[in-house]
Design a protein around this ligand. Structure first.
Ligand code: ZN
Length: 122
């Protein structure tokens, strides 16, 4: 089985090898920052609230909504398509697919066998 980070790396490398076909943009989430106080984080998500931050094994805290905010920024930036290979528990990937579809970006979802799914339910 290929881990999600490996898939990202493979796709990044393939795209960079064909610059005439693909424009690579990197959109990292800023896990250290919360949404500005009192502001909606992004559509479909409530603002950051007290004690929502999570802690990793090193004791550093991070904002669990940072990835969703990053997804919204990517959707709003636009794209010709959104290729995804989500697992059942890939909440961030499913969120990205929903946000992409909401702004009219065509989703291409590959199932656990690597087969392009004809239908998906996000
Ligand atoms: Zn937060």
């Amino acid at each position: 089985m290929v881990e999600p980070a490996e898939v990202d790396s493979i796709v990044d490398q393939l795209a960079r090898e064909q610059p005439s076909m693909y424009q690579v943009e990197v959109h990292p989430a800023n896990w250290e920052l919360c949404a500005p106080e009192g502001q909606s984080v992004c559509p479909g998500l409530r603002p950051c609230y007290p004690d929502h931050r999570r802690q990793n094994t090193q004791g550093t805290t991070w904002c669990p909504t940072a990835g969703l905010r990053r997804n919204q920024r990517m959707a709003e930036a636009g794209a010709a398509g959104c290729i995804a290979h989500p697992w059942i528990m890939s909440t961030g990937t499913w969120d990205m697919l929903r946000r992409a579809r909401a702004v009219g970006i065509e989703p291409f979802v590959f199932d656990e066998r690597g087969v392009l799914a004809k239908e998906w339910f996000g």
